[in-house]
Structure formats: C-alpha cells, structure tokens
Design a protein around this ligand. Structure first.
Ligand SMILES: *Cc1c(COP(=O)(O)O)cnc(C)c1O
Length: 407
C-alpha cells in the first residue's frame, strides 16, 4: 500500500459549527441579550440545560464556564469541609487535581494500570479515610464503575464523574456521567462538542444542583429561572434554593448565551460523532494491534466507548531513548505522537502537579505506563485514507526503531 501521495491528515482542525448556530448568534448580537439571566425565561443557556438533561436522562443540568468550573462547583456543592480528601486516578489532566486544590481540598492519587484504567486494588487500599471520589474517565477510558460504586456506596463516599472527554460513552447500559452523584462535561474545543470553552454538570440531587446554581453566580433570585424536569416548577428544588439563599459564596462561573447558541445545534450531532469516532478508533486499533511493537489495550467488557483519540502502548521498547526515537520517526512521517511521560512538562504526568500541597507520592505502575503510553488524536471526521495514513506511519515508525518483526 503506497500512501506517499496522500498528505498527512490534519488532526487538529475542528468540524464546522452547524449553520443553525449562525442565525441564533445573529439574533443574540442584534438584541445584545448575552447574559443568561436577562430574559424572563427560555434563555439559550436555560434551553441548553434542559436539552442536555433530557439527552442524558437526568433531572438537572447546570451550564458553566468550563468542566474545571463544574468539577470545582461539584466539590463545593457536596458541602465537604476544607481539607477534605478527594481520591482521583493518577492518570488524568492537571485540571482535575487543580479543581480540588481550588476547593481547598487535598487530592489523593491512586494507581492506574497499563490499560489506562484505575487499579481497583490500589483504589480499595486508598479509599478508607477519603471524603469524596472524583473518577476521571481520562481520554474516555472507563474504569470498573461497578466495583468503584459498590465500594463507595458501602462507605457512603460520594462519587463525582469527570466525564469531560467521555460524552456518549456507555457503561453497562448506563450513560457515563449519570452513574455517580454528579457528572461533569467539557465543551472545550478538543472535546466531542466544541464551544471553544464551556462545561456542564448533571445530577438528580436537588440540594446539590441548588447549591451549585447559587455558587455559579445566580445571585438574588436568579435561581428562580432554574426549573425541574421538562421545564416544570419543582417544589423540591424550590425548597433547596430557599434553604441556601444568602448562605453561599458566589463564584460567577456562569455560561453566557453565545456559548449555548454554539453548543445547542451540536447536541443532535453527538450520536453520529460517537458512532464515527468509535469505528475510526476500532479500525486503527486493529491495524496497530497487528504490529508486534504496538498494543491498544482492550476496553472492559461493559464499556461502549466514544473515543476521539487513540492511546496505545509501546511494546518491547526497553529505553526512553527508543520511545523518543519512535515519536520522532512518527513525526517525520507527519503524525504527531505524544508519549505522556516523555514530553516535557506534560499536564497529564502526575509528577508535574507540583501545586498539590505536601509531598508528591510516587505511583510506580502509573509512571511506568506513562513512559510508554502514546496519544494520537483521531477526530470523528477523519476518512479511511486518513486512518490508513496514520496507522501506517505509526507501524512504520515502530519498525524503523525495532525492526520488521518481533524477536
Ligand atoms: C478537558 C478535560 C478537563 C478540563 O475541561 P475544561 O473544560 O477545559 O476545564 C478535565 N478532565 C479531563 C479528563 C479533560 O479531558
């Protein structure tokens, strides 16, 4: 197969925003109505919240400025004391421990295995003494949520799901983000739905959402514009708002109407993006797994993935220099590979989270994984020739370093 004439695919460009967004943005620009709480009802942000809650099958949604803001507000909304310990996987994005530090709490890291999922044995060792758990479905990889929920429910520890990069993933028939007490999603440009920036949290808990709504910046009686399921008045929610009136700080992490106008017409595209992203991923995974030097770990059985990138491990690369040479050889073929633990100051390498109070723990299993785990973007819009190009470049780069066949 000769791909010499095909240019390297651009994996950074986004899909165009659906045309319907333009008319709505024009309308908003003409009226100047950009603040979510100006209109008496049905502001674009409020409509987005209702549509997203319906899409996910939850009672409540709160749209905010980022997923990081959603994670921070979730922790604050649980009413945990300052200094509370929050257990997270050691393989995630720096925004996750950052949200915990921002809330005045202490991240506790647990090991992640070669398959990018939480090491349940280490999770169970670290769980006692923890006040909350934040499960980051990093790069859309789902850890064993049955084991995690069973252990957390048994000791009454609340679970927040960081589903920033996991919209559309299904675990045992349940939508990711609806399994824990709160689920948080991102609309930053590299996620499935692109608004540049933005985030949303979902929950069925009226008290949690009321607290989060107020702290997100629903000052005075703006919370009256937040309704229950189907846009109906919700007595439980109204009671919760009354209970927390004037009792909570206002952090002003609101979403504005222009962001909602960009997001809403993308929601009907989610199912297609998930389907295409999954088939693209699985196609490339099969090609890579045909090489003795590359391994794409299997998803756990109960998981249906929604990937927009691919992660794989280098097999038999004894030295960091060999792993670096692989990344260089792939780059020379037009495909950018990030080896999580080898790229300088990587925000997904836990040893770079030096802002965490206290001594950074060592997590040898996670560290070993990060030193050989590779990351390549694979957006849903790529075509078969792009996928072939990427897979060939990766396989050829591995063979350039390690030889044509395994010893
Ligand atoms: C992108 C991302 C975040 C942060 O989302 P923002 O909206 O940029 O704050 C958090 N966690 C994971 C796993 C992410 O991929």
């Amino acid at each position: 197969m000769s791909l010499d004439h095909v240019p390297a695919p651009n994996v950074y460009d986004a899909e165009p925003i659906p045309a319907a967004a333009r008319a709505e943005i024009d309308r908003l620009l003409l009226s100047g109505d950009l603040f979510r709480y100006t209109a008496p009802a049905d502001a674009p942000v409020a409509l987005l919240e209702r549509e997203f809650a319906d899409l996910m099958g939850t009672k409540y949604a709160l749209a905010v400025s980022s997923c990081s803001a959603a994670l921070f507000l979730s922790l604050e909304a649980l009413g945990l004391p300052k200094g509370a310990k929050v257990l997270i996987p050691a393989f995630t994005f720096a925004a996750v421990p950052s949200s915990i530090v921002h809330a005045g709490m202490q991240p506790v890291l647990c090991e992640v295995g070669e398959n990018y999922r939480i090491d349940i044995d280490d999770f169970l060792v670290k769980l006692p003494g923890v006040d909350a758990v934040m499960i980051s479905h990093m790069r859309g990889h789902t850890s064993d949520m049955d084991a995690i929920m069973k252990a957390c429910d048994a000791v009454g520890v609340p679970v927040i799901e960081d589903a920033a990069h996991s919209l559309g993933t299904i675990w045992n028939g349940r939508k990711i983000g609806t399994i824990g007490k709160v689920g948080c999603f991102s609309f930053q440009s590299y996620k499935l739905v692109n608004a540049g920036e933005g985030g949303i949290l979902i929950t069925d808990d009226a008290d949690v959402v009321a607290r989060a709504v107020i702290m997100s910046g629903a000052y005075e009686h703006n919370w009256k514009k937040h309704k229950g399921p189907n846009g109906q008045n919700d007595p439980e929610l109204a009671e919760a708002f009354a209970r927390w009136q004037n009792k909570l700080p206002l952090y002003n992490l609101r979403m504005q109407n222009l962001s909602a106008a960009v997001i809403r017409p993308q929601l009907p595209e989610v199912a297609r993006r998930v389907r295409d992203g999954r088939s693209n991923h699985d196609y490339v995974a099969e090609l890579l797994n045909g090489s003795a030097w590359l391994n794409v770990p299997d998803a756990l059985d109960p998981e249906d993935r929604a990937p927009d990138s691919i992660q794989f491990n280098l097999v038999g690369f004894e030295t960091d220099a060999q792993a670096r040479a692989f990344a260089d050889a792939a780059a020379a073929r037009g495909v950018k590979v990030q080896v999580f633990g080898l790229s300088e100051d990587n925000a997904r390498a836990f040893w770079n989270w030096q802002f965490i109070p206290g001594r950074l723990p060592d997590l040898p299993r996670t560290r070993a994984m990060l030193m050989r785990a590779c990351d390549v973007r694979l957006p849903a819009r790529l075509q078969k020739q792009d996928l072939d190009f990427i897979a060939s470049a990766l396989i050829d780069a591995a063979e350039e370093i390690k030889g044509a066949r395994a010893a």
